[in-house]
Design a protein around this ligand. Structure first.
Ligand SMILES: [Zn+2]
Length: 190
């Protein structure tokens, strides 16, 4: 099976009825969704996203890593430029899922093997408990000073068996998180 030929054929059908040539660069829902790369959790399908609505960033586990922080900070600057200073904030939604392959990366032996043989550190991607790892990721955004206060953050956990996305953290701006004395996921002692 030649997958690319198959996808080109599917695209021909899409292009035949495509009628949205004038969509703006900024997403209509002013939202960036971070999700796992797992093929079962495609946000366009499970959250019913339409073209032009949401910027989707996907990586292993849907974890907030250094590169995700840099992408969000860059998007914030771009939004500010594109709106001529009217907007720099947007919504960030973190979405992890059950039965995630990144749970295997929590295995210390696999982590050591990847580090020793390939020089790859997957400790930031590893998932041990989705609900608490989501709050750790909220904490990573809270402590990322490059991302402005008016960006909102919330979190969902998607169940690959039931298809249900459950709210783990409700919508709150980084400014609110930062002024909260008990900020989840942030180890004040370190
Ligand atoms: Zn996953």
């Amino acid at each position: 099976m030649n997958v690319q030929n198959d996808l080109i054929a599917r695209n021909s059908k899409f292009a035949a009825t495509f009628d949205k040539p004038d969509m703006p660069v900024l997403p209509r829902l002013r939202t960036v969704l971070l999700a796992c790369a797992d093929a079962r959790v495609d946000p366009a399908h499970v959250l019913g996203l339409d073209l032009g609505e949401v910027i989707v960033i996907r990586n292993t586990g849907g974890r907030v890593t250094r590169s995700v922080i840099e992408e969000l900070a860059t998007l914030s600057v771009l939004a500010n430029i594109l709106t001529e200073g009217r907007e720099q904030g947007f919504n960030v939604i973190l979405m992890q899922h059950t039965q995630c392959g990144a749970q295997r990366l929590a295995n210390p032996e696999l982590q050591a093997h990847l580090k020793d043989s390939l020089g790859i550190d997957v400790s930031d991607y590893a998932i041990t408990d989705q609900a608490s790892d989501l709050m750790i990721d909220v904490g990573r955004l809270v402590t990322a000073s490059e991302i402005p206060d008016d960006v909102t953050v919330s979190a969902l956990l998607y169940d690959v068996v039931t298809g249900v996305a459950e709210e783990i953290a409700s919508v709150k701006s980084l400014g609110e998180w930062r002024s909260d004395p008990v900020t989840p996921g942030v180890d004040k002692a370190s």
